[in-house]
Design a protein around this ligand. Structure first.
Ligand SMILES: [Mg+2]
Length: 422
């Protein structure tokens, strides 16, 4: 968050499973549409927060399976763990708050008396979250009985039933809603209260997100019955909460548009980039657009025509250099020429490219350095590299690519590959 010098323009707080991630879409199209919108229009001045019921272990697994961006803040284990940045630094203030009227030993003891409860995997048992599976038909009765027993033992807990099967027991002060409220208070104290906040969810444990004052909310089209029921009973007159017509991340994009929170046209929804000129100089946009073009080129989704390569070459400096992750260097224009050979080589294959953490800095007037993580998914292999691009811009002309340097990312599954193009 240190990179932000003023209040974020938009903070998106999104659930992951069946909200940001559509498990019914093996192509991950709505997620990829969201990714390019976020990186091109929001990353530089906004905050991305993931709020998931997943424990750190399962969250990391999901990140390996799906093309998820790196969030600024991660809220895990149903709002009981808040971490910051890439390195996921925990919020100790939040841990202190959660210790109030909470005793893990007592919760374990009392829950062991219920035969209807099936304990979830060890990785899902966290310092401030105890999780079980319970049949839908038994959920209400168990919740009532258990909360009475825990109260008698002096604890103040919250029991959340979600997804028609998961039962989580948390400290009363925890949950996705309270974690968000804590975060907003903290940002306000730092003078960085977001101009707008949009909460996005699909199931019961997301309801709390929509109860925080001044927060916009979107229930994606595929939201579960339990959340829709909660909405009908508690928030149907709140114009700041909508039930989207589109599924998952598509619903998030729809809400950005409906609430007029900023640009809502994903670069992935633009079919011809030659037609798409940004209103002002935006080097981050240039990079997102290029890698999208690169994906379409290799998938054979854009025509193999001279106009494209000519336009790309024209935007490269004549002496521009590309440094391959292996360390080999060649000229940028040569690299574009080489790209011609690869037109359609990934046609009909599982091949996607996305940019993560695109950040542009104007080092001197007219000179920009853009840093990003570029990812390439090819069948089941994922390759990533940290990319640094130097651009220059002259008055009245577009941006010129001067230098591109790539190094393998530490999370890449392949670190030595001569077939890597750019
Ligand atoms: Mg969900």
């Amino acid at each position: 968050m240190e990179r932000l010098t003023s209040p974020p323009r938009l903070m998106i707080v999104s659930d992951l499973d069946h909200t940001m991630v559509d498990h019914h879409d093996p192509e991950n199209l709505s997620l990829l549409r969201f990714n390019s919108l976020w990186e091109h229009a929001y990353r530089h001045d906004s905050l991305l927060v993931f709020s998931t019921g997943r424990s750190p272990t399962l969250y990391k697994e999901l990140r390996k399976e799906k093309p998820l961006l790196t969030p600024d803040i991660t809220i895990m284990s149903v709002g009981t763990e808040i971490t910051y940045g890439n390195s996921m630094v925990p919020d100790h203030g939040w841990v202190e708050t959660l210790n109030n009227k909470w005793d893990l030993g007592i919760v374990r003891e009392e829950t062991s008396k219920f035969s209807e409860l099936t304990r979830q995997a060890e990785t899902e048992q966290r310092p401030h979250k105890v999780s079980f599976y319970v049949d839908k038909s038994k959920a209400q009765e168990v919740t009532k009985e258990l909360s009475q027993r825990l109260e008698k033992r002096g604890l103040d807990v919250k029991i959340i039933y979600s997804g028609g099967m998961d039962l989580d027991i948390l400290p009363q002060g925890a949950g996705k809603g309270q974690a968000l409220a804590f975060l907003l208070k903290k940002l306000k104290a730092e003078g960085k209260l977001p101009v707008n906040t949009l909460a996005c969810g699909d199931s019961g444990n997301d309801a709390e997100l929509f109860s925080i004052p001044d927060v916009y909310g979107v229930m994606v089209s595929n939201a579960q019955e339990e959340l829709l029921k909660w909405h009908a009973e508690n928030a149907k007159d709140n114009p700041k909460v909508i039930h989207a017509k589109e599924r998952c991340a598509g619903g998030i994009i729809q809400a950005i548009g409906e609430f007029k929170l900023g640009p809502n046209l994903s670069p992935r929804d633009v079919s011809d980039f030659l037609e798409c000129k940004a209103d002002n100089v935006n080097p981050g946009h240039e990079v997102v657009k290029f890698f999208l073009f690169y994906e379409r080129w290799r998938r054979g989704e854009v025509e193999n025509c001279e106009a494209y390569t000519a336009s790309l070459k024209a935007s490269c400096h004549p002496n521009g250099v590309f440094v391959h992750p292996s360390g080999a260097e060649k000229s940028l224009r040569e690299t574009i020429d080489e790209l011609r050979k690869y037109h359609g080589d990934k046609q009909g294959k599982k091949f996607r490219v996305w940019a993560d953490q695109v950040l542009a800095t104007e080092t001197t007037p007219g000179t920009w350095i853009v840093k990003l993580d570029k990812w390439e998914q090819s069948e089941d292999e994922r390759r990533g590299c940290t990319t640094t691009v130097k651009f220059t811009s002259k008055e009245g002309e577009g941006l010129v690519w001067e230098h591109v340097q790539q190094t393998w990312s530490k999370d890449s599954t392949v670190k030595d590959d001569s077939s890597w193009i750019i």
